[in-house]
Design a protein around this ligand. Structure first.
Ligand SMILES: *Cc1c(COP(=O)(O)O)cnc(C)c1O
Length: 396
């Protein structure tokens, strides 16, 4: 009897990825996430984290985690709706709602769960979603799970978004206009004022995913809604606790009833265990730092300006970026991965990103500077990027 492996098609696919150079080896971090980190036994400048403010290993966050673990234990014991809602979870939600100037907030296990859980909970098959082409995967999955009709508009094309809503005028169903605040692969900012106006005109729900703007844009890092002065005009604001906040989690801010509804219907809230208390405690400590040390955010932007101008002067194509996320466009995925590998061998971690994370032919190296990089580190990173690019024929 011959036995065949029913999963052999996976091995074939993996082999095909190796052939085209898009096979990804996981880099293993052997130190805390810092501006200089050790990956795979090598000390490198880390331009690949979302640890914008250096909070991921901040002593105050670590101290808060240890204390919370001692006081409340290692885990919460259940999902939020059964018995896993701890006082510290409620405290964090109140804290975030106040910080964002909204009525209420619900915290999810991750930003991914927040987006996917919210969109799928508030919409159904009779509804319509108008979504930017470059929105995050968690939004796309939430849209699919909702079974609403999905209308994708070209990236930042507000005229097209308005045209779609015009066509839907008078048709039944709720309409949701949804965008990333900052786009994670290009580092550009969504056209919020125009989108908010369009949503208002058509009675659509306005939802923004501020994953890369939480802790980065707006006063004390309140995000794009604050950055554009749109308080009270965005119905659903999503943020993450996993990036600039330095820990793990996602949240939704909005009206009291939106949050009550999500408490009753968002599936990750109902069916997946809540954060360990240490996570909530560390997030609370991070919000203290956001409010007390705005100079961290100023340093982040100072570093961003410095690094971007160095890359431009070197002749790199950095796309449309307006934030600390700066892509270096190289075209083919194979080139991006080979470039990233060579950079690593020269002391710099910057991730190569290709299809399906970005469109074909738009592969890139993605860099993210943080507040804790020194000038010397950034200048050295610029030198490594330039010399390797010249050797590989990416820069002439
Ligand atoms: C990272 C990211 C998320 C997911 O956040 P996690 O907390 O890491 O799950 C959602 N949306 C966008 C735009 C992101 O960049």
């Amino acid at each position: 009897m011959t036995t065949t492996n029913p999963l052999s098609y996976l091995s074939e696919q993996i082999e095909a990825w190796r052939q085209v150079g898009s096979y990804q080896h996981l880099r293993v971090l052997e130190s805390p996430c810092e501006p200089m980190s050790r990956f795979d036994g090598r000390e490198v400048i880390n331009l690949a984290s979302n640890n914008y403010l250096g909070l991921a290993d901040h002593p105050k966050l670590i101290e808060a985690q240890v204390e919370a673990a001692k006081k409340y234990g290692a885990g919460s014991g259940a999902v939020r709706t059964i018995s896993g809602t701890m006082s510290i979870h409620m405290e964090l939600e109140r804290r975030i709602a106040a910080f964002k100037h909204t009525e209420a907030c619900v915290v999810f296990q991750s930003g991914f769960a927040a987006n996917a859980g919210t969109v799928s909970a508030i919409l159904g098959p009779d509804d319509h979603i108008i979504s930017d082409a470059l929105n995050h995967a968690s939004i796309i999955d939430g849209c699919r799970l909702s079974r609403a009709k999905i209308h994708v508009f070209p990236h930042k094309d507000t005229a097209k978004a308005a045209a779609i809503l015009n066509e839907l005028e008078g048709k039944p169903g709720h309409k949701l206009l949804i965008t990333d605040g900052v786009f994670s692969m290009d580092g550009d900012i969504g056209p919020l004022p125009a989108l908010v106006e369009i949503a208002e005109r058509h009675g659509a729900i306005m939802m923004i995913d501020d994953a890369h703007s939480s802790g980065v844009l707006g006063s004390n890092g309140r995000g794009t809604v604050d950055h554009f002065g749109l308080h009270g005009k965005v119905d659903v604001q999503v943020g993450t606790l996993s990036k600039a906040i330095g820990v793990l989690g996602g949240y939704v801010c909005g009206s009291r009833d939106l949050i009550e509804f999500l408490y009753h219907r968002a599936r990750p809230f109902l069916f997946s265990t809540s954060h360990p208390p240490a996570v909530a405690a560390a997030c609370l400590a991070a919000f203290d730092i956001l409010e007390r040390e705005p100079e961290r955010i100023e340093k982040l932007w100072e570093n961003t300006r410095h690094f971007k101008s160095a890359l431009k002067n070197a002749g790199f194509d950095t796309g449309e970026s307006e934030t600390p996320i700066t892509p270096i466009m190289v075209g083919e995925a194979k080139t991006a991965h080979a470039y990233s590998k060579a950079l690593f061998e020269n002391g710099l971690l910057a991730t190569g990103i290709g299809f399906p994370t970005v469109p074909e032919g738009k592969a890139r190296i993605r860099t993210i500077v943080t507040a804790t990089h020194t000038r010397e580190m950034l200048d050295r990173a610029g030198e490594i990027l330039t010399s390797v690019a010249k050797k590989m024929g990416i820069l002439r």
